[in-house]
Design a protein around this ligand. Sequence first.
Ligand SMILES: [Zn+2]
Length: 314
Amino acid sequence: MTETLPRLLLRLSEAGDPAILWGRQAAPHAVRDFERLLDRGVLVEQAPATEWDVCPACDCGLGARPVRQIDGRPVAVCPTDRASDLVLGDDDLRSFRIVQAALVREIAMASGFGGEPAPVATGVWHVGETSNQRALFLALSRGAVLQPGIIGLMRSVARSSPITVIAPAMAATELARFAEAAIAVMPIDRCLGRNAAGFAIDISMLECAPALRPQLVIFRQSQRVVLDGIEMHIPQQPFKLLVMLAKAVGTRSGYLTRHQIEAENSGRGAADLVRELRHFLSHGREGRGADLIKTRRSPTGYFLALAPDEFVLR
Ligand SMILES: [Zn+2]
């Protein structure tokens, strides 16, 4: 199955501006879909091409070969070998520039976001708020989402709201930068352009919280925790317990006994401390935070229910 026209435009846009759609790439798609995008300014037709790639194994030494009209048809002429001349079709010389701002406007409208998307930086837009009150940004290219200062710019637009950014696929080290900044990243591929709805963002994908690893980042120095992209402050005693539980992950037992916890927190019962930690971890979330700290029996103990690669202790 060929990819959808929205997906094709998004894929071409990932390389950055200007992104060009060639007539031959557009040809398999429904004429009405295509013309609608021309009408709406998402695609702007460029002057017909006057040059064409040289033949695969040519010794002509040209960077490109000229296109000439021969018998009423466009032909990419090989200067050294007439047999290598390539007769082109009507669509071949047509090309369309993808207008990024108009593409993003199309996505925002199709997704039901009321206002006009606001550019935050080159290639990055604030498209609106999700129903769970996250500021939603869209970056069309890797270059855009990785440009210096982008995290601060998104923060200043989002104010105190948590942030989700829809962006092309990134490497794990690049993703870690966003996790540390409490920004959730949703790959374009997973929520846009694949569905029958065309340009609409699949909002359900955003709301079931993108589970990009690491899910939990613990900053010991600043006593700060970022869980699934949401930043939370935890008071000193329960924070200390969380650090202890994180350190226990991957050890032989993998858990802490009541006695171990109480020895480090004079005067507080382990059950009481765990309850407090669960309370702070579940802040602003529907239960999952509390589920992170599990209880075990005989001997009674507590453990952090995450694999070693699902959290970062800094
Ligand atoms: Zn040639």
